[in-house]
Design a protein around this ligand. Structure first.
Ligand code: DC
Length: 211
């Protein structure tokens, strides 16, 4: 039976994860957060002090890595890792490396009914032929406010203007890079997530009912 694939793309802190979890629960689909893979690599590069500006050193390190954990954790959710993940994601060799794990994840979990995968290039590059493509739109100020609250609630120190600056910087890096930049994928539906989650879910349910 053909596997159902739903892709969710959007900028940093746009609520992709919450939306992906909602869909995954409602439709019993396996959820893959591709950002975790970039964050895990960023953590490895940070711990091992790999010069992320040297393509040669990055390639050598990637040759050594056999597996990346798909597990979320507090240590990959820091501002430092967010920024570093966005920086290493500009390199094509890093993107190809991460994509291999994504294809493998989908191919090996054969028993699953389907997948919901979120990131920056999922509907535009990784799974271009997905059954449903969503692009999440939220203005930067609202994203920064939500991220600020999240960090404060989890006990991290946080300053709103700095969060807003970092979000805008990450948007710029993710949208202007040469390889697989963040774009609104062809054939995707734009979901407005500026308001209440209930309103977002209503927009999504209309689309899910049509699959
Ligand atoms: O979704 P996130 O904030 O966890 O992603 C962290 C960074 O990883 C993001 O700023 C850019 C990169 N990324 C990417 O380039 N492509 C993806 N599909 C997912 C994440």
């Amino acid at each position: 039976m053909k596997k159902l694939i739903i892709t969710i793309d959007g900028p940093a802190a746009s609520g992709k994860e919450k939306i992906a979890k909602y869909i995954s629960k409602k439709w019993k689909l396996n959820h893959l957060d591709s950002g975790i893979l970039y964050r895990r690599l960023a953590l490895i590069f940070l711990i091992e002090n790999i010069d992320f500006k040297s393509i040669h050193k990055i390639k050598n390190k990637l040759k050594e890595i056999r597996q990346i954990s798909f597990r979320n954790s507090k240590k990959i959710r820091t501002q430092v890792i967010s920024k570093l993940a966005s920086k290493i994601a500009v390199h094509n060799c890093v993107r190809n490396f991460v994509n291999k794990f994504q294809y493998n994840f989908v191919n090996k979990n054969k028993k699953m009914r389907g997948f919901v995968i979120d990131g920056r290039d999922i509907g535009s590059v990784v799974f271009k032929k997905a059954d449903l493509k969503l692009y999440i739109d939220v203005n930067p100020e609202i994203r920064a406010k939500r991220r600020y609250k999240q960090l404060i609630d989890s006990g991290e120190k946080s300053i709103y203007p700095k969060i807003l600056r970092d979000i805008k910087l990450r948007d710029k890096q993710d949208k202007l890079r040469k390889h697989s930049p963040l774009i609104i994928p062809k054939g995707s539906h734009i979901i407005n997530n500026n308001g209440r989650f209930k309103d977002t879910v209503n927009q999504i349910n209309i689309l899910l009912d049509k699959i």
